[in-house]
Design a protein around this ligand. Structure first.
Ligand code: UTP
Length: 276
């Protein structure tokens, strides 16, 4: 059973400037909950209790959010507004939150590596909060499906989604062999390929279940594109050894790192909101 999930939340969120000048991108609300709230909820629903945030300067609102707020609690006690806090209270009751800093913003791979002292030899999950994934109500959820595949095959597993031609150059794209309806054995990965270079239309979505030896690989990974330590470069090595699976998840993926994706997610969540 996976107990720990790493949330890299240290990035600058430059595509959302000026909003992200003083507000972390991961705290931007999709309707009435911050992106990070959805991500923690999803991990909690998969049975994960230890939430590890990799933060940076100016991200203190994340720590305040995942904490009790006595003044507010007593102010709204017994009023209809109290209901709005049930979900965050549930997370605070069932999960622990740890924080570590990424002192230099040197890429996703470096962010995950920065949490190594909070991890052990067990496999762990990584969730990118700006990838909002909405799965059907009765489905087990992406992290649960990744766990199940890990239990069956013993290797790292990443979530996949099919993307249109014009979007392939924005993501990590895989080459692999299809093992079953939704499962691929990944043989290689290319980060942000041109349409011509792209080996498939299957992009890696920000949900990973990683074996702990990935941390060692990340520690040895040299800075690549944009002088950042790319998680794809370490994952690629596992893929080339035949130790990486991909899971095409059932549901909708909104890339909320872009304004367009964020607006689409907002419209989707709002239109599915119960009207009470
Ligand atoms: P993104 O590349 O989407 O986030 O990384 P960003 O760099 O903040 O956004 P832009 O491109 O400037 O608009 C995905 C997630 O990984 C985190 C980000 O905070 C985001 O939640 N991240 C990225 C880190 O924690 N550290 C990094 O060095 C890079």
């Amino acid at each position: 059973m996976i107990t720990k999930c790493v949330f890299p939340v240290a990035g600058y969120g430059t595509r959302f400037l000026p909003a992200t000048k003083s507000t972390p991108k991961e705290m931007l609300p999709v309707v009435n909950k911050p992106l990070l709230h959805y991500a923690v909820e999803e991990a909690c629903a998969a049975g994960i209790q230890d939430m590890i945030m990799v933060t940076s300067r100016g991200k203190h609102s994340i720590q305040d959010y995942f904490d009790v707020s006595y003044e507010l609690d007593s102010h709204i006690a017994g009023t209809p507004a109290e209901k709005s806090l049930y979900s965050i209270r549930g997370l605070l009751k069932n999960c622990t939150f740890s924080y570590t800093r990424q002192n230099e913003i040197k890429g996703l791979g470096h962010a995950v590596f920065s949490a190594r002292h909070l991890l052990d030899s067990q496999p762990f999950a990584v969730t990118l909060a700006d990838d909002l994934c909405i799965t059907p109500k009765n489905s087990p959820g992406i992290l649960s499906s990744l766990q199940q595949l890990h239990q069956e095959h013993g290797c790292s597993v990443v979530a996949l989604a099919e993307v249109d031609d014009e979007k392939v150059s924005r993501y990590g794209v895989i080459r692999g062999k299809q093992l079953s309806d939704r499962v691929w054995k990944i043989e290689d990965m290319v980060e942000k390929p041109t349409l011509k270079e792209a080996p498939s239309r299957l992009a890696v979505v920000g949900r990973y279940l990683l074996t702990s030896d990935l941390l060692e690989l990340l520690g040895q990974t040299e800075a690549g594109r944009n002088n950042e330590i790319q998680i794809t470069d370490a994952l690629k090595q596992k893929a080339q050894k035949g130790e990486m699976l991909g899971y095409l998840f059932d549901g909708q993926w909104f890339d909320c790192g872009s304004v367009k994706g964020f607006v689409a997610a907002t419209n989707h969540v709002y239109s599915n909101l119960s009207t009470d």
